[in-house]
Design a protein around this ligand. Structure first.
Ligand code: S3P
Length: 174
């Protein structure tokens, strides 16, 4: 099945919400180009996000993230965004101006159960701190998203079907 996008479709949501899995499934099932901002940044900097956080700090990472998002904003692709992409107003504006944004919504309990390997996620080292971050970001996710998909109890395939039907409704996919 082939689905052709005419603008970027950004997937946002907290760490572990399923953004990368959904992007990969859309890429393989609908033959859509898909990019993961963390992977794109890792290719540019030649190290893992966790190492870069440890060496250069969060703000340096956020600057890389904005650079990456700006570059991707010109491509009609599924963009799986790092969970903190909504932190910078500049990023929220780039997404708003260049495409559509879907929030993959999940409860903190579901997310915590899904995240097994915390070593790759510098901002998920401590569960209580991660929960605070999750709560603080909710309003940012919701104000940035054009639509919200409640992922609880849904398979990746079901979530992808909702993404595709949203994209068709919006007229951004052929
Ligand atoms: C972050 C989420 C991570 C990654 C970095 C920071 C965050 O991406 O960008 O560790 O601030 O929430 P995922 O959401 O893909 O885990």
């Amino acid at each position: 099945m082939n689905a052709e996008l005419c603008c970027p479709l950004f997937l946002i949501g907290f760490m572990g919400a399923g953004k990368s899995s959904v992007a990969q499934y859309l890429a393989s099932t609908y033959d859509m180009p898909a990019v993961d901002t963390d992977e794109a940044i890792e290719q540019t900097i030649g190290q893992t996000v966790a190492d870069y956080f440890a060496r250069e700090g969060e703000q340096a990472f956020r600057a890389r993230e904005t650079e990456c998002l700006r570059r991707l904003s010109g491509s009609p692709a599924i963009v799986a965004c790092g969970g903190g992409i909504v932190e910078r107003p500049e990023n929220r504006e780039i997404m708003r101006a260049s495409g559509r944004t879907i929030l993959l919504d999940a409860s903190f309990d579901d997310i915590a159960a899904r995240i097994e390997d915390r070593s790759t996620r510098p901002l998920f080292q401590d569960k209580h701190a991660a929960h605070d971050l999750f709560d603080r970001r909710q309003s940012l996710y919701r104000s940035t998203a054009d639509t919200v998909i409640d992922t609880s109890g849904k398979t990746v395939q079901e979530i992808c079907a909702i993404v595709i039907s949203y994209a068709k409704c919006e007229g951004i996919v052929r």
